[in-house]
Design a protein. Structure first.
Length: 224
């Protein structure tokens, strides 16, 4: 990885997951990212970008090192000869360094509106579904939930306890809702002890044991 971009390659990575991995890397490190794997005689990969940085333009600037490329502002794919990989990495980093301003290197959390937990009902979700399908040009709505506290079952989960299973309600009372925050397991003791928080999250359906419930897919969390 370079200071402003990430380009990673491993021949054994499955081609079907490189895009997902690139997206997760952007979420965690917040820099333009390309994940590559072996595909026949060439390397194939997926690129994901950060807010207001056109990764397609970046690939176009590096096309002398590529066999093929395509996509749009925030997601793209490419193939290249393995011998070109070190040159491509340097060219991609140089373009990112020149075209990604300092004020764009920090994650900016955007949300659509503030809502209360009690507002998350089946009727509310039915209205949200009318906005689908979601993608880079029509992202799922993100909501701000303020002054939430543990409703009794917030805990760290995962093999290394790195993720957070949330059970939250407004500090003022009312109904509770479950949620998931990936990579935020370290916050579990604070929340379990009753420390209030604000979160940014989208609302999703969870299907488990034949039951469907609404839960929060947390994008950002801030302790008080």
């Amino acid at each position: 990885a370079f200071p402003n971009s990430t380009v990673l390659y491993a021949p054994h990575w499955h081609k079907g997951v490189v895009g997902i991995v690139a997206s997760k890397m952007v979420e965690h490190y917040y820099r333009p990212t390309i994940i590559l794997t072996k595909s026949g005689e060439v390397l194939a990969g997926s690129a994901r970008s950060v807010l207001d940085f056109d990764v397609y333009d970046a690939l176009e600037a590096c096309e002398s090192h590529l066999l093929q490329f395509g996509g749009h502002k925030y997601a793209a794919g490419m193939t290249l000869d393995e011998a070109q990989l070190p040159h491509f990495k340097k060219a991609f980093e140089a373009y990112v360094t020149a075209h990604l301003p300092e004020d764009k290197k920090q994650r900016v959390f955007l949300y659509d509106t503030e809502v209360q937990i009690d507002a998350i009902t089946d009727r509310f979700y039915a209205i949200l579904r009318q906005l689908a399908p979601h993608g880079p040009e029509n992202e799922a709505p993100v909501f701000l939930f303020k002054n939430l506290i543990n409703a009794g079952n917030t805990r760290a989960v995962g093999a290394d306890s790195s993720h957070l299973k949330l059970h939250l309600k407004q500090a003022s009372g009312g109904s509770a809702i479950n949620g998931v925050a990936f990579g935020e397991g370290s916050l579990a003791p604070n929340l379990a002890a009753g420390q209030p928080c604000d979160i940014l999250a989208s609302v999703v359906e969870n299907h488990f044991n034949g039951q469907t419930t609404l839960e929060l897919m947390v994008i950002g969390i801030r302790l008080h």
